[in-house]
Design a protein around this ligand. Structure first.
Ligand SMILES: C[S@@+](CC[C@H](N)C(=O)[O-])C[C@H]1O[C@@H](n2cnc3c(N)ncnc32)[C@H](O)[C@@H]1O
Length: 227
């Protein structure tokens, strides 16, 4: 079967990914992930979608009790390979799968995490999957690039990413990889849009914090409906 664009891109950037993420977040990514995990009431069955190089799974595993299970799911085999080399344990299962075809039963999960992956996915389609696999009172935890309310700031960020950082980015990534990253930034949404979207899908806001001048969302949403 032919690889999707995301699969091709993440399969090829797996070696430089951690270094790039630390550079691009001014080494704040670990703190943000800790905030997300600490704000989440974790249950027994935990899914991390787009697990990448496994940093969130590594941190969740240090916090949860040993009767819990973590499913680390990603479309990229190479990213999963890096994750697997960092973390092990009988309670962690690595799954190569598309987030839009989740291999879980109805109401089988307590938590679903997305760290820097929600904006890569079609929001309505993935949310319908979440509504299906999450138990009532389950939580969705999201760390994501936010669209700032100020249009000037937003345009500045696009300009920096697309023009100023491009030469540095191109030292590590190909044109297609860098364009994919810039395009994904255009899919980012504001705090209000994020919270309203989840509200209209039957979730309440359990926790919200923004970081880096409102450029990062850290959000925990609770499923309120039985469906
Ligand atoms: C920007 S990385 C984030 C990795 C990690 N969660 C982190 O915070 O560093 C996005 C990850 O999502 C995965 N991904 C993208 N689209 C996906 C899809 N449709 N299904 C499953 N994984 C996907 C990519 O392969 C990649 O590993």
């Amino acid at each position: 079967m032919e690889k999707s664009v995301a699969e091709k891109i993440f399969d090829s950037v797996h070696r430089s990914y951690d270094k790039f993420l630390n550079f691009a977040t001014f080494s704040k990514i670990n703190k943000w992930q800790e905030t997300l995990i600490n704000a989440t009431p974790n249950g027994k069955y935990i899914l991390d979608i787009g697990t990448g190089t496994g940093e969130i799974v590594k941190k969740i595993n240090q916090k949860i009790d040993k009767n819990s299970y973590i499913y680390a799911l990603d479309i990229s085999f190479n990213m999963l390979k890096v994750a697997k080399s960092k973390i092990g344990g009988e309670n962690i299962l690595f799954l190569k799968s598309d987030a839009l075809k989740l291999p879980f039963k109805e109401k089988s999960l307590d938590n679903v995490y997305f760290s820097l992956v929600f904006r890569h996915l079609p929001a309505l389609e993935i949310t319908n999957q979440l509504k299906y696999v999450l138990k009532k009172d389950g939580y969705v935890s999201i760390l994501e690039i936010a669209k700032p309310r100020s249009k000037i700031l937003y345009n500045l960020i696009l300009l920096f990413t697309d023009k100023m950082f491009r030469p540095i980015g191109r030292l590590i990534f190909s044109k297609q990889e860098w364009d994919y990253f810039v395009e994904s930034i255009k899919n980012s949404i504001t705090k209000q849009e994020l919270l309203e979207f989840f509200k209209s899908n039957g979730f309440t806001t359990h926790f919200y914090q923004s970081k880096l001048l409102g450029l990062i969302h850290i959000a925990v949403l609770k499923k309120q409906t039985e469906e």
